[in-house]
Design a protein around this ligand. Sequence first.
Ligand code: ASP
Ligand code: MG
Length: 323
Amino acid sequence: MEQKTLTLLRDYGVKPLHELSQEELEVKRSIARITTYTLSFLSRYLVERGFDWVLPVVFSKSTDPLWPDPDFSIEKRIEVEIYGETVRSTQSMIVHKQVLVSLLSPKIFVFSPNVRIETRKRASTGIHAYEFTQLDFEVRGASSSYIRSLVEDMLKSYVSSLKREMEHELSFLGSELPEIMTPFKVVDSKELEEEYGKEWQTSLRSTLKEPVWVVNIPREFYDFEDPETGRWDNYDLYVPRVGEILSGARREYEYEKILSKMKRDGVRPENYRVLLDLAREGRLLPSAGAGIGVERLLLWVTGVRHIGIVQPFPRIPGIVFDL
Ligand code: ASP
Ligand code: MG
């Protein structure tokens, strides 16, 4: 890690807990209170709407390949052997979510730790962490617009009650979070690419004034792709300053289609045996869902400068602290 980046991060307050000043610890404590409020608000919101709360898994044979994805920057995949079997640490629980809504319960959510060893160049973007928590949820038979409306309503009521209940903490942190207006605008990723080029994600982040949905993003096999039009039925939510805080889609559930997309993308079918078996047997059901990056959501609402500040134990690409 370049000394310059490390110094910059330290100036921002991205340091191990035991190196923080009293004032920096107070910032961290305010964020801890906002985190508590956020987690309890969002989980209650979903529980009240009939979602079952599932606990996460960490090691599995199947995990999100994170490929292909225009934002791909994984430096290393974690594969370890346990009990003579090769398992991978969770990059996202997408496969488990599809299986859960097909077999267990029509609506589920999970606070899922994701390990993504992002390239170390991303240390100073302020939004990347090599470990983070995703509030991942999925709904059997849902359409994209159902999920988008659910997210809009959830975030609107969250921001509005956060501003009321955590007023003291937000003003201590200097957050100027405005109320949010729904519905959010919807933009096609192709239009963004024409306007800003391949780096549209970065441009969007600095120019946005309000949350916006970006749709039709070519990526992993599990997002639904219309074979006739080539359109992808997926959506990411971008917010000012932070950029993408949520990613989701309607899902593929048909065996032939999933298999041919895997082959096209160079993703190994043998790593997705259960998903493929269920699809072949017609037991994988249509669904849609999304995942909210919890730390990015906190970064947005608190207004602090770096994702490492909202993490009690910062997980910044390229920087490994003791704890
Ligand atoms: N959680 C995302 C989804 O539901 C997958 C991801 O982590 O990008 O599609
Ligand atoms: Mg993704």
